[in-house]
Design a protein around this ligand. Structure first.
Ligand SMILES: [Ca+2]
Length: 325
C-alpha cells in the first residue's frame, strides 16, 4: 500500500495531537493509593482508609460534600499519611454549585500542610499555616476596583508567618492566580496541581475539553516532604455545595532529581505576585439632605458676603461725602 507524504504527515500530526491530549490526562506516573481519595469511598464500615473528616462533611456513594448549600458550615477531608513524594501531581475532581444566582460563597481550598484537621478562618482551615494552599474563591470580598473577577483560583505558600486576608481575597499574599468559571458549571470540573523541580503549575479542566488549561506557573517554590494533603470549604452568610469527587496523587518521575533531604526545610517561594495597590472603595454618593444643607450654607455665606460688601461700600461713600462737605 502506498502512502503519500501528505497522508503520512496528516497521521503523524494527529498521533502527536492525540498523545498530547491523552498525555495530559493519562499520566504515566504512579498513582499513590495511600494519598488518593477515589470511589468507592467506604471500604469498611463508615471509615475511609487513609482519610479523616471534620465538620459538616457528608459522604455519599458519589461525592464527599464538604459543605451543603446552607449558611455557616465548614468541613474538611484530610489524608492521614504524610507525603514523602518530592515531585507530584494532585488531580482533584470537584463540584461547586448552589441555588444562589448572584450571591454565593465562600469557596474551598486544597491543602498541602503541616497541620491537618485544624479548623480555622481560611476556607474552614487554619490561618498562619505551614505549606501550600490553593484557593477556589467564589465570593469577591473586596468590593472596590479590583484586579480580578470571581470565581478566582490562587496559590499561597506560607511558613507560618503570613495571614490570609479575606477582606482582600488574599491578593496580597498570593503567588499567582487566575479567574476560573468553575461554579455551577454544566461540565465536570477538574483541577491539577503539579509540583515538579520547585515549579508549581495549576491547571483546570472545566469546559468539558478533557484537557488541561494552564491557570498559572510559579518557579522557585520550596516545599518540605512529610506534609499532608487535604481539602476544606466554608459557607457564611452566603452558601454553596462544595463537593470533592476524587483526589488522585501521582508521583512524578523526574530524571535529574537533586538529592536533597527536604524533610526539615521551611516552605518558601521566590516569586510573589506584584503587590496590588490598596484601592479604597469609592465614597458613597452624597445624600439629598447633605447636598441641600451644603447649598443652603453656601447661599447664606454668599448673602453675608454681599450684605457685608454693601455695608462697607455705603460706609466708604458716606466718608467720601463727609470729606466733600
Ligand atoms: Ca473571597
Amino acid at each position: 500500500m502506498k502512502i503519500s507524504l501528505k497522508t503520512l504527515l496528516f497521521l503523524v500530526f494527529h498521533f502527536i495531537n492525540l498523545s498530547f491530549v491523552f498525555g495530559a490526562w493519562n499520566t504515566n506516573d504512579y498513582l499513590k493509593r495511600e494519598h488518593s481519595l477515589v470511589k468507592p469511598y467506604q471500604a469498611s464500615g463508615i471509615s475511609i482508609p487513609f482519610w479523616d473528616f471534620t465538620g459538616s462533611v457528608m459522604i455519599t456513594n458519589n461525592y464527599i460534600r464538604l459543605t451543603p448549600d446552607l449558611q455557616s458550615k465548614s468541613g474538611a477531608v484530610w489524608n492521614n499519611v504524610p507525603c514523602h513524594v518530592k515531585n507530584w501531581e494532585l488531580q482533584v475532581h470537584f463540584k461547586v454549585y448552589g441555588k444562589g444566582k448572584d450571591l454565593f460563597g465562600d469557596g474551598m481550598a486544597i491543602w498541602y500542610t503541616k497541620q491537618p484537621l485544624t479548623s480555622g478562618s481560611v476556607f474552614g482551615s487554619l490561618d498562619f499555616f505551614h505549606g501550600l494552599g490553593i484557593f477556589l474563591d467564589t465570593y469577591a470580598n473586596q468590593n472596590g476596583p479590583h484586579n480580578h473577577g470571581h470565581p478566582y483560583l490562587s496559590a499561597m505558600v506560607n511558613n507560618g508567618s503570613l495571614h490570609y486576608d479575606h477582606d482582600r481575597d488574599g491578593t496580597h499574599t498570593e503567588l499567582a492566580g487566575c479567574e476560573a468559571k468553575f461554579r455551577n458549571s454544566e461540565h465536570e470540573t477538574h483541577l491539577s496541581i503539579r509540583y515538579e523541580n520547585d515549579v508549581l503549575t495549576v491547571s483546570t479542566d472545566i469546559e468539558g475539553k478533557s484537557a488541561w488549561e494552564e491557570c498559572f506557573t510559579v518557579k522557585g517554590v520550596r516545599l518540605p516532604t512529610g506534609y499532608f494533603f487535604g481539602s476544606s470549604a466554608t459557607t457564611g452568610d452566603l452558601s454553596d455545595n462544595h463537593d470533592i469527587i476524587s483526589m488522585r496523587l501521582y508521583e512524578l518521575e523526574v530524571s535529574d532529581e537533586k538529592e536533597e533531604d527536604r524533610s526539615n526545610i521551611a516552605p518558601a517561594a521566590a516569586f510573589f505576585a506584584p503587590p496590588r495597590d490598596h484601592v479604597d472603595d469609592p465614597p458613597p454618593p452624597m445624600s439629598g439632605t447633605k447636598l441641600y444643607l451644603i447649598i443652603v450654607c453656601a447661599l447664606l455665606g454668599l448673602c453675608v458676603c454681599i450684605i457685608g460688601g454693601v455695608m462697607v461700600f455705603q460706609r466708604s461713600q458716606d466718608s467720601n461725602r463727609k470729606r466733600l462737605y
